[in-house]
Design a protein around this ligand. Structure first.
Ligand SMILES: [Cu+2]
Length: 325
């Protein structure tokens, strides 16, 4: 019967749930010790991390709610089984009942799981809808996946970043050796240029890819979004804690799929404004430098338009995309 299978599945989940509950104290104690990378999972952590965004919190809440429903079902079902086996055992003279149908029992074991599923699906659906509501965002970042790196464009700001595996990890992986944590603290999980974002800001992401399907995934943010060539997907985030958050490409995208990590550096709004201004300054053409170089040829320079539009600034900052490897 359907209901029977459902109960079996719930029982299994219930057991796992009890196991997951066993070590939360340890996990929380270890998590408290980290403040630079607030949401990093720790060794032997069993439950999922809580994340640092509203959507991550929604996912965590849905997960905990479902977990506790499973725990209750597990306790009830295993309790009933234990009682049945102990109290009505053959050695005590119990005789198995003989019947082929029991309409009341069949109605109960169909209705009860339906009610449980609806009770779980209702809030989960509301949370999903909230996760996809990208309205009223303060800024937009366009994420483009490439084989094998990420490009981040701060739309309307004329600032973009190409983010690749850090050089230390890249050099080490070519040697086929495994570094110690002391040698490379974040082996294969670090990048040259992290995505810098402000905290307490609703940030909209538009996610796409240039070659094959990638997926942009930072667990602490609470979502994962496919990056598909020719399609623009949307997502949003609102980071509550400054810190470093690590993720990776989550869609098998070629031989270096495992070597295009993601690093988000969340900073205060003031720090972000400072960083953005510095990036803009870096990207702007340097008109002041021209006259100094050769005084004879300096004359025509002021005739050039001196205002840096994003269109002009962008090509200068884009790093060339290598053909592969
Ligand atoms: Cu990828």
């Amino acid at each position: 019967m359907k209901a029977g299978r459902f109960m079996q599945a719930q029982m299994t989940k219930g057991l796992l749930g009890i196991a997951a509950m066993a070590l939360p104290v340890l996990a929380f104690a270890q998590a408290a010790a980290k403040d630079i990378e607030p949401d990093e999972p720790v060794r032997w952590q069993l439950n999922m991390t809580q994340g640092v965004t509203k959507t991550a919190q929604l996912a965590y809440d849905a997960h905990m709610f479902a977990l506790w429903v499973c725990v209750v079902i597990g306790v009830l079902v295993f309790g009933a089984m234990a009682v049945a086996m102990f109290r009505f055992r053959k050695s005590k003279g119990a005789v198995a009942a003989q019947f082929s149908h029991n309409t009341t029992a069949e109605i109960i074991w169909t209705i009860v799981p339906i009610v449980i599923l609806v009770v779980m699906a209702w809030p989960a659906t509301a949370k999903l809808i909230a996760q996809y509501d990208t309205r009223d965002s303060a800024m937009t970042v366009k994420v483009t996946g490439y084989q094998w790196m990420w490009k981040y464009e701060y739309l309307g700001e004329g600032v973009d970043i190409t983010s690749r595996l850090d050089r230390a990890s890249d050099a080490m992986r070519q040697t086929h050796q495994v570094p110690t944590v002391a040698e490379i603290p974040h082996y294969l999980r670090d990048v040259d240029h992290p995505l810098v974002l402000p905290v307490d800001t609703k940030i909209r992401f538009v996610v796409t890819a240039d070659d094959v399907i990638h997926a942009w995934w930072v667990p602490a943010l609470g979502w994962k979004q496919d990056a598909i060539p020719g399609i623009v997907n949307e997502a949003w985030t609102d980071i509550s804690k400054p810190g470093i958050y690590r993720g990776q490409c989550a869609e098998l995208c070629g031989k270096d799929h495992g070597f295009m990590p993601i690093v988000v550096k969340a900073v205060s709004k003031a720090e972000f404004a400072q960083w953005l201004a510095a990036e803009k300054a870096k990207n702007a053409p340097a008109p002041a430098a021209l006259p100094v170089a050769t005084p004879v040829e300096a004359a025509p320079a002021p005739a050039e338009p001196q205002v840096a539009t994003p269109a002009q600034a962008a090509p200068a900052t884009q790093e060339p995309v290598p053909a592969g490897g």
